[in-house]
Design a protein around this ligand. Structure first.
Ligand code: PEP
Ligand code: MG
Length: 609
């Protein structure tokens, strides 16, 4: 039943998809689930379950003489899958009840589905490719077809096929891998987890919203969603089990709510909320060409964080004064191989020239953590603590060939605009000296080749590891600026894994330890006459910005769509008041109390509702 025309909550995809809405769905019980608000916006659409496992399906041609062995291998995997499912069915029958075990009968029926198995074997005959490839292709086609059917019962079978197909593939491969099916239409993407490299395969215009079981506000996939203005709610624990492909779902990225089978009343209410939010955004955008100057005359530098070259347009659209953080690892994540020096020069030059005379701070590779290079498991072996592992500058100092290619590319691009260079994850003065020594080698090489670069190129250090913060005085003697990466600094200071939803509530930017650390880094920077900015997500939160400015931070760099709200706040406050706020906050013990103080400061000055 299409939603009545009076719903203000409409969008082309919604209307188009709504015409296929089954009659039963309006009768289904509305279910509201609270998660973590990760990227603002409201979306309404049908669920697309993004299938993830840890497996990758290799594709190869089977030797014609070994075709019967291949079929036997497939039969063996089907048999093993049958045994596994039967075992689970009996356990569930015994421990939970016969009704709950019925689902596994449906799974067993999938295994006996002659169409699915028969078509797989026909595909094998036609292509000669390994049976994982054939089975994966046919089962994905079935999943897609079932998820589009208007009958609720049949649509739910898509989930059964998906589960069984995963199991068969895993048994065929004897390992786990990640398989990915594409969005055919605009959908709300529901996934167990989402990584930055998953965005590479996703048609962005087709993702109405992203909803995940895991993740937190500073996971990198969420940061990307925010810059793409795709609403996102994360940390929903078991949403992938609650939602079926094709279910209707409403996503509220402001409050972190996901509503399955929303009622007419809910849709109507959200239609109004969306109108109101869009009105506020339009007002903020209208004021965004004005200078970021406080009421008492302090000019605040607002810069942009970018991941890709084509975001130059976004930087201009949101009136940022250059780029405070170019996360160059995305050039590597979006490609199957390491980009050459020439390809990198082209990318950095395009950004620098496109934004001149504004500065562009190019951060050297920060691969690892939640950003391993998907096509290169050899370079990034699995680690049990990837955020504390082989990441960023540690990787670069071991792979100096890759590092030098990038440093030379940045130097060469510096001839075409105002480029600055910055190292991530520096832990101390010795490491910074090693990185600077490699940079010096590159300078010498380029000079010898007569290649032009900016001899006065400024070099900065990210402060995102507690040991760097504690030795800020030593680091300041070896670089031209600091940029504080609060996303990592907070996770390491508080021992809170930044992508773990179970402890996300303990990730508190207003913890006194964070405030004291920020203050001491800012003071050391200024004592050594260098500038200090913040480029973590804290810099884009208008509630926390007065605190950062009050502590003495010189510039803020954030996801471009967040700039208008921060600019609005800056123009509504006095720096002198922010300094008093920071002073008071430094005297408090409870993170929640400090947050409440910041919220009151913000709400007294910004009244847009
Ligand atoms: C940070 O850690 O705050 C930061 C800006 O770097 P990233 O989010 O890329 O780790
Ligand atoms: Mg970081």
């Amino acid at each position: 039943m299409p939603p009545p025309a009076r719903y203000p909550l409409t969008q082309p995809a919604t209307l188009q998809a709504a015409s296929r809405m089954p009659p039963e769905s309006s009768a289904r019980q509305e279910v509201m689930v609270q998660g973590i608000p990760a990227s603002q916006g409201i979306a309404y659409g049908q669920v697309f379950v993004y299938i993830q496992s840890d497996v990758e399906v290799p594709s190869y041609v089977v030797d014609p003489g070994k075709r019967s062995d291949e079929i036997a291998r497939f039969e063996q995997a089907l048999l093993l899958t049958r045994q596994q499912i039967t075992k689970i069915k009996h356990e569930v029958e015994r421990n939970i009840g016969p009704e709950e075990a019925l689902i596994f009968d449906a799974h067993l029926m999938v295994l006996e589905d002659q169409a699915l198995i028969g078509e797989t074997l026909r595909e094998f005959e036609d292509t000669g490719r390994n049976l994982e490839t054939c089975f994966n292709k046919i089962s994905l086609r079935y999943i897609q077809a079932f998820s589009e059917i208007d009958d609720e019962y049949l649509r739910e079978r898509a989930g059964d096929i998906r589960d069984v197909a995963q199991r068969v593939l895993q048994n065929l491969l004897g390992q786990t891998e990640r398989s990915f099916n594409r969005l055919a239409d605009q959908r709300v993407v529901v996934a167990n987890d989402f990584s930055p490299s998953d965005f590479a395969g996703l048609d962005r215009s087709a993702a109405l919203a992203i909803v995940t079981d895991r993740g937190s506000k500073t996971s990198h996939a969420v940061i990307v969603a925010r810059s793409m203005k795709v609403p996102a709610v994360v940390g929903l624990r078991d949403f992938t089990r609650r939602a079926q492909p094709g279910d209707w779902v409403l996503v509220d990225g402001y409050e972190g709510l996901v509503i399955l089978h929303p009622s007419e009343n809910t849709l109507f209410r959200y239609g109004k909320i969306r109108e109101q939010r869009e009105g506020i955004e339009a007002r903020l955008l209208a004021a965004n060409r004005l200078p970021a100057v406080t009421l008492d005359g302090a000019a605040i530098t607002l810069m942009a964080n970018i991941e890709k070259v084509d975001e130059v347009q976004l930087v201009k659209h949101y009136n940022a004064e250059g780029v405070g953080l170019f996360r160059t690892e995305y050039l590597y994540l979006n490609s199957a191989r390491i980009p050459s020096e020439a390809e990198q020069v082209e990318a950095y030059r395009t950004v620098a020239a496109g934004l001149a005379p504004h500065p562009v701070i190019i951060r050297t590779l920060d691969l690892g953590g939640d950003k391993p290079m998907p096509g290169n498991p050899g370079l990034f072996p699995k680690e049990s603590n990837p955020f504390m592992g082989f990441r960023a500058i540690r990787f670069c100092l071991e792979h100096t060939d890759i590092f030098k290619d990038q440093l030379r590319a940045i130097l060469r691009a510096s001839a075409h605009g105002k480029v600055r260079l910055m190292y991530p994850m520096i832990s101390g003065a010795e490491e910074l000296a090693r990185a600077n020594a490699v940079l010096e080698e590159c300078r010498t090489e380029l000079r010898a080749q007569g290649v032009a670069f900016d001899e006065a190129l400024e070099v900065g250090t990210m402060i995102e590891i507690p040991s760097a913060a504690a030795t800020a005085d030593l680091l300041a003697q070896q670089c031209d600026f600091f940029s504080i990466g609060t996303n990592d600094l907070i996770q390491y200071l508080l021992a809170i894994d930044r992508v773990n939803d179970r402890i996300a509530h303990l990730y508190e930017p207003t913890h006194p330890a964070v405030l004291r650390t920020l203050k001491s880094v800012v003071d050391e920077a200024h004592r050594h006459d260098i500038s200090v900015s913040v480029c973590g997500e804290m810099a884009g939160d208008p509630v926390l910005v007065p605190l950062l400015l009050g502590l003495g931070v010189d510039a803020l760099s954030m996801t471009p769509p967040l700039i208008p709200a921060v600019r609005y706040l800056v123009r509504a406050m006095k720096l002198a008041d922010a300094k008093k706020l920071a002073e008071t906050a430094l005297g408090l013990a409870a993170p929640k109390e400090i947050h409440a103080l910041c919220l009151a400061f913000h709400n007294e000055r910004v009244k847009l509702e």
